[in-house]
Ligand binder design. Sequence first.
Ligand SMILES: Cc1cc2nc3c(=O)[nH]c(=O)nc-3n(C[C@H](O)[C@H](O)[C@H](O)COP(=O)(O)O)c2cc1C
Length: 248
Amino acid sequence: MHIREQIAAHRSIRRYSPQPVPDDILRQILEAGVCASNTGNMQVYSMIVTRDSHLKQQLWEAHFKQDMVLQAPVLITFCADVRRFGKWCAARKAQPSYRNLLWFCNGSTDAVLAAQNVTLAAESFGLGICYLGTTLYNAASIIDILNIPPGVIPVTTLVMGYPDEQPPLTGRLPLEAVVHCDVYRDCSEDDLSRWYAATETSEQAEKLLQINKKETLAQVFTDCRYTHKDNVRMSEAYLQAMKQQEFM
Ligand SMILES: Cc1cc2nc3c(=O)[nH]c(=O)nc-3n(C[C@H](O)[C@H](O)[C@H](O)COP(=O)(O)O)c2cc1C
């Protein structure tokens, strides 16, 4: 399959067969991860591959008991990591200054670029993946479970394995909603109505309105899925994890 067709066929997989991922395939996938562009070619990230069932059980709790964490044979936690590079500097009579917000951002960028390369490679082998945002929500637990030292912090996670479902593709906003020509052009209410029309009138939206007893789909996001209270609490928890890991 051509790479563009493969990208267009992407869907998150949340049900997995127990079939393990062969070591040589996993290795090729991880090698694709490290081919990604990265900050100054310093590779300020790490990928923690977890297959141990006892650890996966603990990670399942940390990831809000999402069952795919138990089902998928492989879990990869992508971390911003300035520790390895900092230790190399210190051992070479150089003074590292990478435990700060700027290098958290650089490390996170590196980690996410590697994760998306891993995704594309995995999908090229017929494997499925799903990202786990719960990595940010519960970073402190993941740090404990995976024995993550200062200078390293989890940014995102992929579950990976052979799919046991073929969900429909999810829609995207039209390209004009996300692409700006030359400079940023703010959107009007008319633009919003046009761009969100397909999403707002979908069967899925109808269901969500009924289940959550809401008037608009936007309210499902703000009042049910990603609430102010949770956002503030989890932001504070992640900032605390950044302090604990000495990024601030
Ligand atoms: C950073 C990030 C975090 C995500 N976290 C979760 C998650 O915790 N649980 C989940 O079921 N899906 C998660 N997803 C998957 C998204 O819901 C999914 O990518 C989006 O709905 C688009 O669907 P698609 O990937 O099937 O095209 C996450 C995706 C990203 C990029």
